[in-house]
Design a protein. Structure first.
Length: 125
């Protein structure tokens, strides 16, 4: 599950729906939050390991993280053109579009607060 900032704020800020969001978060098998989604220690160590063993590949982890971050940014821009403020009923801001992009790229559900993402094609957590 990818967690949007709106859900984090609701949980930490003890908002009315914070407990319900926290319960859904607690049931998740794995949780990702931007920018950790692209730079977690497990990802940096496990994904690029085969590349690190090759000649001239000491920066493989950093390069792969940058590729993922670029892909997230590209997908976020696409999302903004599709679902952005003044363009679509979802009315997503750019931060929303990054959450959408990460959830989409990793093909995982999105945990969020509000009614904006329900107007997109994202899987709801």
């Amino acid at each position: 599950m990818f967690v949007d900032a709106s859900a984090i704020i609701a949980i930490i800020g003890d908002e009315e729906d914070g407990l319900a969001l926290a319960a859904r978060l607690g049931q998740a098998g794995s949780v990702r939050v931007w920018p950790i989604v692209c730079t977690s220690p497990a990802w940096r160590e496990n994904v690029p390991a085969p590349l690190k063993r090759r000649k001239n590949s000491s920066h493989a982890g950093r390069i792969l993280a940058q590729i993922i971050e670029i892909n997230c940014a590209i997908e976020a821009i696409r999302a903004y053109h599709r679902f952005g403020k003044g363009r679509h009923k979802a009315d997503l801001n750019m931060g929303d579009c990054f959450a959408y992009a990460c959830a989409k790229l990793y093909d995982i559900p999105l945990l969020f607060k509000g009614n904006d993402f329900v107007h997109t094609d994202i899987e709801v957590a």
